[in-house]
Design a protein around this ligand. Sequence first.
Ligand SMILES: [Zn+2]
Length: 107
Amino acid sequence: MGFYMNEVPWSKEGFAEEKQFLSSVIKGAISESGWQTLDYRPNRSRIVPLLEKLDDMLKQVQITYVDEHNYAEWKEIFRESFPDGYPICRGHHALMSEWGCVVCHDS
Ligand SMILES: [Zn+2]
């Protein structure tokens, strides 16, 4: 799986806070926050270097890279499967994506 940082649904107005939030999520994942909720045990030696690289990539993202049309276009393409609002899995209190709960995979 791969993506470009400008595919993240940044907003120009909230960019600084969004970037700070994403950085805190990455740092939380590195410190194993929430790992006990997962239905598998991540391979720490494999995943931590990738998370650190992601954090390095995040530090490079500048507000000038933000194109708010990217997210609107992507949301339109996946309109049928895209959830409205911010649905939360009742079992895990995890934000659902268009593929369901990222923790239990709707099992
Ligand atoms: Zn769940």
